[in-house]
Write a protein that binds this ligand. Sequence first.
Ligand code: ZN
Length: 306
Amino acid sequence: MDKLIHGIVAGGDARFYTAVTTATVTEAVLRHGTSPTTSAALGRMLTGAALLGASFKDFDRLTVKVEGSGPVGGITAEATKEGTVRGYVKNPSAEVPAAENGKFNVRGIIGEGTFYVIREFGFDIGFRPEPYIGSVPIVSGEIAEDFAYYLAKSEQIPSAVLLGVLLQNKEPYVTASGGVMIQMLPGANQHIVTMIEDTVSHAPHVTELIRNGAAPIDLAKMVLGELPFEVLEEREVSFKCTCSLERARTMIAALGRDEVESMLTEDKGAMMTCGFCNEIYQLSEEDLEEMLSTDGEALGEARDHV
Ligand code: ZN
């Protein structure tokens, strides 16, 4: 099971979040059948969303989204406060040649555009306040820098973010995935900030460490160097979608009586694929007939769609 830890640097100058997300990203990549560069981009987004989600106190759903001019078209990653994530890309098979240094050209596949962070609330009380939406231009397209830029610009939190996905040519494709997010706290000692920046910029790739068996605590030791720290929380991270046959039914019913009738007569059933996890839901003729016969339930009524 993938893990994420959250802690504080002694003295309270910074808090940190580190995660190993190999299994989570593997599941996303297998479900979406993403190309190598798209897999790297999706994996970084999912890991970044998990780390950022751990750092926010109040929200029910966190959505991190890039919409860019590159061939991937856009990537969406969602995290819950419990640590589950899910995500999708517009064009899973999009691919671009490797960058000059031989690395995946994530910047090239994303292009120029906007980076969004959306926090939604109130899922448990049935009343949805307006979501909190922050957005910044994509400054790098390599994703980690975009998370850091967002934190600095929108949340006024100077930070350092590292996100990595290591891939191989055969299933399960993802050899290692994980990341680190360090957020400086107000009034942080400038000497400590400089030390952290220096250690982070010279740190080995997180994925190399993870491939060799590193846990989140080892990533923290690596990026914090000599600084003493305290772990405050450990949580599990996993890929989990909120779709279900029941939700598929609700969404089909919401299309309205005419639409359901034509599905019944023309298609003899209905099929729905969840965009977030590629799960396929089949509704039989009997399901649709039952939908049409339930008199009290107004078909086509807009419903909740978490
Ligand atoms: Zn799903």
